[in-house]
Design a protein around this ligand. Structure first.
Ligand code: DAH
Length: 341
């Protein structure tokens, strides 16, 4: 028995294991309920009385040895910090591709427009998307029976007081004039809503950037220069704009502005209907009635305003000829746009 114990002791001392399974097999072999040490303890009964003391001691040592060797092996496994299943990992393999998001093309264009107007000393104003009739229509000189108030154009919200989703960012003009005295020089970028049938050229959600300047001696020439400057900054030094007389309740006189983009691609033909020109905004001199609604003296102050459609501009810039793509959240479409400014 003494020899057996000595043999086992040697085996245990030198035992090496690589895997958790091997260690477990080793534990079962020695310490399991049918293991070697259990067997030796069973044989202990047959040991002569005078040897019992010594053999008992040796057996206890053997069991302690086996237990501590197993603990050592387990600790060695854990201490290298690598779990068993990662042991065979190939560190030279390329990593998993990690995709970072990108900005939405509408945001990219919006941010670029904001930057250009910031350079012209405009600050950014904001207003709510759920608006009341006063800020969206009445204060902006919309006659009571104006068709834009019609159910067909406006999404009304089921709340008392003719609450609606704003149909244009001109509502922010009203909010600014309510809270600020001239000189005023702001732009208001934001989302607007109209009850329109969705097609390649129209959507019920879109974005605008509104502009408002009110000061002494502001003229139509200032408006024109501001817009030409913007067009050159955004579309390039050779950009051209043209103004066509138009009507808006809150401006007098009013104009619509087209930018000349040209006909370089098939998409240009589709987006500009074969003319090379695209209408990008409405503008005009702020109607004296609007100024009066906000206690601004029209004899002392004058101002201009404009509102441009962001999707229109994004369509040209990125050659997207179907507006609906901007709202489908298809990652394959969205990841093509990179910040360029
Ligand atoms: N609010 C107009 C629209 O949604 C655009 C517009 C036209 C804004 C003339 C203005 C303006 O500030 O002066 O179509």
């Amino acid at each position: 028995m003494r020899n057996k114990i000595a043999e086992h002791l040697n085996e245990i001392k030198d035992y090496q294991a690589k895997t958790a399974q091997e260690i477990e097999a080793f534990r079962i072999k020695y310490l399991g309920s049918k293991g070697i040490i259990k067997g030796l303890f069973a044989d202990f009964k047959t040991v002569a009385n005078e040897e019992k003391r010594e053999m008992g001691q040796l057996l206890n040592d053997l069991r302690a040895m086996a237990t501590s060797r197993i603990d050592e092996l387990k600790a060695a496994q854990d201490s290298d910090g690598i779990g068993e299943k990662f042991r065979d990992i190939d560190l030279t393999r390329p990593g998993f591709p990690f995709e970072t998001g990108s900005r939405h093309p509408v945001s990219l264009v919006m941010n670029e427009i904001i930057q250009i107007f910031n350079k012209m000393a405009f600050s950014v104003a904001e207003g709510p998307e759920v608006e009341d009739d006063w800020h969206n229509f009445t204060s902006l000189n919309f006659p009571e029976e104006h068709p834009a108030r019609d159910m067909q154009d406006t999404f009304f919200v089921d709340l008392p007081g003719s609450i609606a989703l704003r149909t244009h960012t001109s509502s922010v003009q009203a909010r600014v004039m309510e809270n600020q005295k001239p000189p005023i020089r702001v732009i208001a970028p934001g989302r607007v809503y109209r009850n329109e049938a969705i097609s390649a050229r129209a959507h019920c959600i879109f974005h605008q950037v509104e502009g408002l300047v009110i000061d002494e001696n502001v003229s139509f020439a200032d408006l024109k220069l501001t817009l030409l400057n913007f067009a050159k900054e955004f579309f390039g030094e050779e950009a051209r704009i043209r103004l066509r007389p138009s009507y808006f309740p809150f401006t007098e006189p009013s104009a619509e502005v087209d930018v000349y983009w040209g006909l370089k691609t098939e998409a240009d033909y589709r987006i500009t209907k074969g003319t090379g020109w695209l209408e990008i905004l409405g503008c005009g001199m702020v109607d004296p009635n609007v100024l009066k609604n906000f206690d601004i003296d029209p004899d002392k102050y004058s101002g201009f305003a404009f509102g441009m459609g962001i999707e229109r501009i994004a369509m040209l810039k990125y050659q997207v000829d179907d507006l609906r793509l901007f709202y489908e959240n298809d990652a394959r479409f969205l990841k093509q746009f990179k910040e360029t400014y």
